[in-house]
Design a binder for this molecule. Structure first.
Ligand SMILES: Cc1cc2nc3c(=O)[nH]c(=O)nc-3n(C[C@H](O)[C@H](O)[C@H](O)COP(=O)(O)OP(=O)(O)OC[C@H]3O[C@@H](n4cnc5c(N)ncnc54)[C@H](O)[C@@H]3O)c2cc1C
Ligand code: SF4
Length: 473
């Protein structure tokens, strides 16, 4: 009998809430080897594996590694995983797992726990010492400069170094990693996981120059003269603001400033906390119902917030897929993250109108309920307010987590005269080539704010394109 008929999907257990909110450590426990093999054996090895061909942006060969695990061929499975994914320990922890939504078993039986299997497979590889620097058989003599060390830049750098090119990564922050280090909280991704992989990249000859801002500390002219090709992977760091009355009152911060402050404290990069960026004893309002907002909720809970309210302007998503959102596409449904489970109030269809308080700091917000069932707007934003539904909420710390607009079109982009696309990101062709010869771009600075798995995918494909540019034919 196929295993999925006998074995239910089993998710790893998370640490108890009262325990985990007292620290910033990762929250989920490991599956036992027995449980893991059982979960891998639920894979049906579908004729058309949608998880692999449709669900995973990296086209990870999921049914093949599931089969290898069941046969005890761990090393072979790990090689196959690394053939399509440079950093499975990142995606295994924080990928939304679009593969699982596309798993055939997701229709009726509960998807295979693909992301967890990916994580346990790569973690065993690290424990056993199977993951080592991979050196190229020959060097090419070409030098490549990578701007930005998020997952996109790191994937591009590793792929290019393995093709024998000399790679130098320039990063304006103190340490490499981009949002992996400074945005994503430790309770989702502890930073030793990143440092461990960075050691491999360094062992493969990649040089990291941190605290260096391309376009400021290094001119575009210098970069063009010094390198045979340049890959820009600078992210989409411009946050979307809410320019409402009272916006300049103290106590209102962007999510990345808030999250990176805590991450820097955790790592010891900052030794003195900035009390304006702490939620301790405060009424916290997070504006934005997405994942970044949820990361702020979990961080505020750990900092000892008095109350936490997360506000989203859009309607609450449905509990189940709608008929216009069928399998295997990503289900746009209501989700509760582990941070939500730790305690916060969530409000939907709410628009903030004012930040209120004396010049010393914000004290409350003025908001109104919206009616999304009607298209005709009755307020200045073109949205329909529910009559007499306005209300106030106490708020001494407000975190704006309303997404990101586009990449920083700072001095590098201007000096190199790179064309931008209609969204304000770097315009590239199908080979990731920007509008100036020898300059390529990948990740969020091209596509806008997205996911780690997409940044890795673009970094890998961009590296192939650079290789074809340098060594055509
Ligand atoms: C708070 C938060 C949580 C998230 N959580 C998840 C998650 O759980 N799962 C998921 O899949 N995705 C998540 N994302 C999205 C994901 O992190 C990004 O899509 C991904 O990091 C993009 O990678 P990147 O390499 O393109 O850019 P980034 O990670 O943004 O890295 C860009 C790097 O370039 C550097 N840089 C910029 N300009 C210069 C310059 N001129 N010179 C030198 N360096 C420069 C920046 O300092 C930065 O380090 C999250 C995003 C945020 C903000
Ligand atoms: S990278 Fe993400 S989508 Fe791909 S197999 Fe891993 S968890 Fe699934």
């Amino acid at each position: 009998m196929p295993a999925f008929l006998e074995l239910a999907r089993q998710d790893p257990v998370n640490r108890p809430i009262p325990e985990r909110v007292c620290d910033f450590k990762e929250i989920s426990e490991q599956l036992s080897l027995y449980e893991l093999i059982g979960q891998a054996s639920r894979c049906m090895d579908c004729g058309i594996p949608f998880c692999h061909s449709f669900g995973c942006p990296l086209v990870n060969r999921i049914p093949d590694w599931n089969d290898m695990l069941c046969r005890g061929k761990w090393k072979q499975a790990l090689r196959l995983l690394h053939a399509t994914n440079n950093f499975p320990e990142f995606t295994g922890r924080i990928c939304p797992a679009t593969c699982e939504a596309a798993c055939t078993l997701a229709v009726d039986y509960g998807a295979v726990t693909i992301r967890r299997i990916e994580l346990e497979l790569v973690e065993r590889g690290w424990r056993e010492g199977w993951i080592k620097p991979l050196l190229p058989v020959a060097t090419s003599g070409f030098r490549i400069g990578v701007i930005g060390s998020g997952p996109g830049g790191l994937a591009a750098a590793q792929e290019m170094a393995r093709r024998g090119h000399e790679v130098i990564v320039f990063e304006k922050s103190e340490e490499p990693g981009g949002i992996l280090r400074y945005g994503i909280p430790d309770f989702k991704l502890e930073k030793w996981v990143l440092d461990r992989r960075l050691e491999q990249l360094k062992g493969e000859g990649i040089i990291f120059e941190t605290g260096v801002e391309a376009g400021m500390d290094l001119s575009g002219r210098y970069l063009s003269r010094s390198f045979d090709a340049i890959v820009i992977a600078a992210g989409a760091g411009i946050p979307r603001d809410l320019p409402l009355p009272g916006r300049l009152l103290p106590g209102i911060h962007f999510a990345m400033d808030y999250l990176s402050h805590q991450n820097r404290l955790n790592s010891g990069e900052l030794t003195r906390p900035d009390s304006t960026l702490s939620a301790s004893g405060k009424n916290v309002v997070v504006l934005g119902g997405g994942d970044t907002g949820s990361d702020c909720v979990g961080t505020a809970r750990r900092q000892g917030a008095e109350s936490i309210v997360q506000i989203e302007i859009m309607d609450r998503p449905p509990d189940h897929r709608s008929s216009t959102n069928p399998w295997p596409s990503w289900p746009n449904i209501f989700r509760t993250t582990t941070s939500h489970e730790e305690g916060c109030e969530r409000l939907w269809s709410v628009q903030v109108r004012n930040f209120i308080g004396p010049p010393t700091g914000v004290e409350k917000i003025d908001a109104v309920k919206l009616d999304w069932s009607s298209k005709s707007g009755n307020n200045s934003s073109g949205l329909r307010e529910v009559p007499d539904s306005n209300f106030e909420l106490p708020a001494d710390l407000i975190i704006i987590a309303a997404g990101f607009t586009h990449t920083e079109s700072g001095s590098l982009v201007q000096e190199m005269e790179l064309e931008l696309n209609k969204d304000g990101n770097i315009k590239v062709d199908s080979s990731f080539a920007a509008s100036r010869a020898g300059v390529f771009a990948a990740g969020d600075c091209v596509s806008g704010a997205s996911l780690v798995v997409h940044a890795i995918d673009q970094g890998r494909r961009c590296a192939r394109a650079v290789d074809n540019y340098l060594t055509p034919g």
